[in-house]
Design a protein around this ligand. Structure first.
Ligand code: HEM
Length: 162
């Protein structure tokens, strides 16, 4: 019993403010509208922030238009989008908090090993939100749900990047 109480505290400490069921539903429905656009999403991120593209060995120094339609680009785009799909699908259920925290912490640790900085993660967030907000019906409630969800993800990523 004591063990579970401590575990619950750790989980709450890791994701201090879990999404409500309504926020999770908004996140899921808006993401569903764009998550099939993997290539367009990654291309939008690279176009807005070429320093992110420059970190990818296969795409660094190449014209975005020349790599965008390649299989390698689709593969990377699918990996990144699938990560969000997995985390978003787990959201809204407190029983999944520790699973979300593990996934996101691992993402941060893997990217730290590649020399990716918090500033670049923030650029990625800006570009992602710009893409989603211009491709779904976007209002204050949807924006707040995305902000809350990304704040949680980014708190764990930044901790892992320290
Ligand atoms: C929340 C934002 C991000 C997500 C969800 C994400 C997701 C992923 C995933 C799932 C992978 C493949 C699995 C792995 O090797 O870890 C990956 C690889 C990678 N990511 Fe990210 N990433 C993000 C942000 C960034 C940023 C901002 C950069 C660069 C500035 C970056 C650079 C890379 C690189 C260089 C690889 C390896 C590519 C290769 O295998 O050649 N990522 N990312």
């Amino acid at each position: 019993m004591k063990f579970f109480a401590v575990l619950a505290l750790c989980v709450v400490g890791a994701i201090a403010s879990p999404l409500s069921a309504d926020e999770a539903a908004l996140l899921k429905s808006s993401w569903k509208q764009v998550s099939h656009n993997e290539v367009e999403i990654l291309a939008a991120v690279f176009a807005a922030y070429p320093d992110i593209q420059a970190k990818f060995p296969q795409f660094a120094g190449k014209d975005l238009a020349s790599v965008k339609d390649t299989a390698a680009f689709a593969t990377h785009a699918t990996r990144i989008v699938s990560f969000f799909s997995e985390v978003i699908s787990l959201s809204g259920n407190e029983a999944n908090l520790s699973a979300i925290y593990s996934l996101v912490s691992k993402l941060g640790a893997d990217h730290k090993a590649r020399g990716i900085t918090p500033a670049q993660f923030t650029e990625f967030r800006t570009a992602l939100v710009a893409y989603v907000s211009s491709h779904v019906s976007w209002g204050d409630n949807v924006a707040a749900a995305w902000n809350h969800g990304l704040d949680n993800i980014y708190a764990a990523v930044f901790k892992a990047l320290e």
